[in-house]
Write a protein that binds this ligand. Structure first.
Ligand SMILES: *[C@@H]1O[C@H](CO)[C@@H](O)[C@H](O)[C@H]1NC(C)=O
Ligand SMILES: *[C@@H]1O[C@H](CO)[C@@H](O)[C@H](O)[C@H]1NC(C)=O
Length: 289
């Protein structure tokens, strides 16, 4: 095994836990993130507790994590662009680099005032995506912060909203479906204009008189991660990062069914028109992928 989950990682973990007890663990955006584009449109505020992204006619903005992660549970709280957010997309995702990259996506597609956001999800393995599932939410995501989490372990990826699983992507390597388990990923987020496709299929355009559009982030937290950045003293690899196989218990599966039956608006696994020669193999294995 590599050095990530070794004794020195345990030592780093205990340093991390201690700093948590001292109140400095989650949500220090100065420590965890760097602003990557958009200049003054992206801001870290309140001593690192709050991050805001904004979009105006000239540009959007974005940030990425300083660290790369392999597996773990990665949480963040987001309050989305309020009011008329049509045409805007707030993307929050994990991704590795290169032509055979892996990627796990949340994308929030804005809408006219009073119309529901669409939460678009996708999983790319070895450069190939085409695994979209879309949802409406059971709350207004612009009124308050809600928690969006990715639980990623060697067995499965679970997308959670306020701790409710909305999607599970199982490791089905045994039937030939690639699973992201070899490439570490960074967290990325951006707010940008996508009014050519995002809202009601591109029919509703961004209303620039409402700009700037702003999304708010707080309480970023990565736990049980194999942080491959061994050179960093704030590294927090957990010894359990590789052998955590957490799945859903019966109540968790019931909630997943509730979300998928009431709030799912698109599932590639039931799009026979798109896959006339047969659905992707992972679709046949389980009703609740
Ligand atoms: C490692 O951590 C340092 C300091 O936090 C950061 O600047 C650097 O980009 C990180 N490298 C990777 C590969 O995550
Ligand atoms: C916007 O609202 C319409 C009408 O309620 C809905 O069909 C659509 O899914 C919503 N989201 C987007 C991104 O268009």
């Amino acid at each position: 095994m590599s050095t990530w989950c070794s004794n020195s990682a345990k030592l780093l973990l205990s340093v991390y836990v201690m700093s948590c007890l001292l109140g400095a663990c989650a949500g220090d955006f100065y420590q965890d993130m760097e602003i990557t584009w958009g200049d003054h449109r992206a801001k870290i505020l309140n001593g690192g507790q709050l991050l805001t992204l904004s979009l105006d006619k000239a540009s959007g903005s974005g940030f990425q994590s300083k660290h790369e992660y392999l597996f773990g549970r990665i949480d963040v709280q987001i309050k989305l662009v309020p009011g008329n957010s049509a045409g805007t997309v707030t993307a929050y995702y994990l991704s590795s680099q290169g032509p055979t990259h892996d990627e796990i996506d949340f994308e929030f597609l804005g809408n006219l005032s009073g119309q529901p956001y669409t939460l678009h999800t996708n999983v790319f393995t070895q450069g190939k995506g085409n695994r979209e599932q879309q949802f409406h939410l059971w709350f207004d995501p612009t009124k308050a912060f809600h928690t969006y989490s990715l639980l990623w372990n060697p067995q499965r990826i679970i997308f959670l909203v306020d701790n409710i699983a909305i999607r599970v992507f199982n490791n089905l390597e045994k039937i030939g479906v690639p699973f992201p388990n070899k490439q570490a990923m960074r967290v990325y987020s951006s707010l940008w204009n996508a009014d050519d496709w995002a809202t009601q299929g591109g029919r509703v355009k961004t209303d620039w008189s409402k700009a700037p559009f702003t999304a708010y982030y707080r309480n970023f937290n990565a736990i049980n991660v194999c942080d491959i950045n061994t050179s960093s003293s704030s590294s927090s690899s957990s010894p359990s990062c590789l052998n955590n196989n957490q799945g859903l218990d019966a109540p968790g599966r019931n909630k997943l069914r509730w979300v998928q039956s009431k709030y799912m608006i698109y599932n590639y696994c039931s799009d026979l028109k798109r896959f006339p020669h047969g659905l992707p193999p992972e679709c046949k294995r389980s009703r609740f992928l």
